[in-house]
Design a protein around this ligand. Structure first.
Ligand code: CMP
Length: 137
């Protein structure tokens, strides 16, 4: 079993889709190891997305991610990061497969309902950015 990090983004929470997404996560065999609803501060979002600093969408991304409450997730499953990315679907919902979270709930590449770590290594880094070790124990 491995762990990955996910976010139910502000668009999905504001639209009232958080419960449906959590239900899909459980229906797809993930165990919820930690869940926290929060509103990200600007420095938290900037630090989390530091790898995208300087890209044309960076400021809009930070503004969007701090615009309202989101839900931080630690998900457990065999091959968790790849399985969670498969369930989320393509970053751009226009390219997302049927039945995926982004196909069902996202409206654009910016407002795309969910985030997921892109590797096991980054999952560990992202989990440590938002959760204390005792929350994941
Ligand atoms: P996420 O998985 O949270 O990681 C970085 C985010 O940047 C990504 O989802 C998108 O929401 C956003 N993003 C990536 N590329 C673009 C883009 N070209 N325009 C706007 N937002 C983008």
């Amino acid at each position: 079993m491995s762990l990955t990090f996910g976010i139910i983004k502000p668009d999905a929470v504001a639209a009232g889709n958080a419960g449906k997404i959590l239900a899909l996560i459980e229906a797809n065999g993930f165990k919820l190891r930690a869940v926290r609803m929060t509103k990200l501060a600007k420095d938290e979002a900037e630090g989390f997305y530091a790898v995208h600093q300087g890209k044309p969408f960076f400021e809009g991304l930070v503004e969007f991610m701090t615009s309202g409450p989101c839900i931080l997730l630690c998900l457990e499953k065999e091959n968790a990061f790849a399985e969670w990315r498969k369930l989320m679907g393509a970053t751009n919902p226009a390219n997302a497969d049927e039945g995926t979270i982004r196909k069902l709930f996202a409206e654009s590449i910016g407002k795309n309902a969910a985030h997921g770590s892109d590797s096991e290594e980054n999952a560990a880094i992202e989990l440590a950015w938002f959760f204390r070790a005792y929350e994941l124990a």
